[in-house]
Design a protein around this ligand. Structure first.
Ligand code: PHB
Length: 385
């Protein structure tokens, strides 16, 4: 269809120069703004906007216009919510989400409409595995990555048996599988895998079972509001000093103020940590705290910040012309991101290749104890691109 442009529309196009299709880049945030992951969604948006603000409000010379949908971490609403942004708001780029099940629906909608998608958290292995796609990028992790790094740490601490506890959905199951793979490879044994439905928090029956099995350690995946309660309940059940609690670092990120004493001394593995003390991270943390005084800079804020950096790499390569999708995506895939976590690149499947830190809770910080595994790449099993 040929469109006749008159008046201001024509002036806008002329001002933007040839080939530049839209006056602004439309960014659609599909994130949880309610429910157990609400704080995570907010931190991601904060981090994203902080980076854009640091660039003077523009990426690749373009202003951004933001659209938002609260996905409620509800997979059944995923397709409709994604299409609100894709079809109704006609966004150029999608940024979402936190929950792996919702992310699966979002990735499908992005693929069907050939929309560029940057995932600022959800680790669903399949998205950068069998369902990998040229238009999909992660600024976060695969569920396998942080948990895989804990197996050797547990064996080194002398633990031979472990019980796992998690929510029964993709992120929990895949995190447990990552831990189990490396723990058993090093000679450990997962003796029982306990689950409860997402986002339930009735942990008591599971903790009773742990007390009766008496494993050397417990490994978990929990995050957000549910993680706060799990750590409190674990300590209240008297298990903290008898059965060491290990986890991927989501269990103690953005949650330490609320967890207080119950979290002290816990060891976790994650691609971000407090106390990195690099100029890059210190600058990020200072500016984040200045802009969001009530929030601590956490892994979610970093992932949001790096989602904006990834988009910037793409937009700069095409001088803000989002219609040049292939060139933009090629630049994104080959970018080196100067992240507060440390520099990272993307695998050909679009997932960060990154260091995983061992951290220990001290006060309200997940203090780095050093790198557990350097430059860990997700195996991207089943990805053919
Ligand atoms: C996920 O569903 O992939 C997920 C959610 C919260 C986290 C990490 C992973 O902190």
């Amino acid at each position: 269809m040929k469109r006749v442009l008159t008046g201001t529309a024509l002036a806008t196009v002329l001002a933007l120069g040839a080939g530049n299709a839209s006056a602004v880049v439309k960014v659609g945030f599909m994130l949880p703004y309610s429910g157990t992951y609400a704080a995570l969604g907010q931190a991601i948006e904060n981090g994203f906007k902080l980076y854009v603000q640091e660039q003077g409000g523009k990426l690749g010379g373009q202003e951004l216009q933001y659209f938002q949908v609260d996905d409620e971490s509800n997979p059944s609403k995923g397709p409709d919510n994604a299409n609100r942004l894709i079809k109704r708001d006609q966004v150029d780029v999608l940024v979402g989400t936190v929950h792996s099940g919702v992310a699966m629906a979002l990735a499908k909608a992005a693929n069907d409409s050939d929309t560029t998608l940057i995932i600022p958290n959800a680790g669903a292995d399949a998205i950068t595995g069998p369902l990998c796609s040229k238009n999909v990028f992660r600024s976060s992790f695969s569920n396998w990555q942080p948990s895989y790094a804990m197996g050797p740490v547990a064996v080194e601490k002398g633990y031979k048996t472990a019980v796992t506890i998690t929510w029964n959905y993709a992120a929990g199951k895949e995190a447990i599988a990552g831990f189990k793979e490396s723990f058993e490879k090093e000679g450990g044994k997962v003796v029982k895998e306990l689950t409860l439905p997402f986002p339930q928090v009735e942990f008591q029956p599971l903790l009773t079972e742990v007390a009766s099995i008496k494993p050397d350690a417990v490994f978990t995946f929990f995050a957000g509001g549910g993680a706060v309660k799990f750590v409190q309940d674990y300590a209240a059940a008297g298990l903290k000093d008898t059965v060491p609690l290990l986890s991927s670092g989501f269990m103690t990120d953005g949650t330490l103020k609320a967890q207080g004493e119950s979290a002290q001394g816990l060891f976790t593995t994650l691609h971000y940590a407090d106390g990195l003390d690099t100029p890059r991270d210190n600058a990020f943390r200072e500016n984040y705290t200045k802009n969001f005084p009530s929030m601590q800079p956490d892994v979610y804020a970093v992932q949001g910040y790096d989602a904006a950096q990834l988009l910037a790499a793409g937009l700069e390569a095409v001088k803000g012309d989002v219609s040049k999708k292939d060139d933009m995506r090629t630049a994104m895939r080959s970018a080196t991101i100067d992240s507060p976590r440390g520099q990272f690149t993307l695998s050909s499947a679009g997932n960060p290749v990154q260091d995983i830190y061992l951290r220990k809770v001290v006060g309200e910080q997940n203090l780095t104890q050093g790198v557990a595994i350097k430059a860990l790449a997700d195996p991207a099993r089943g990805c053919k691109l």
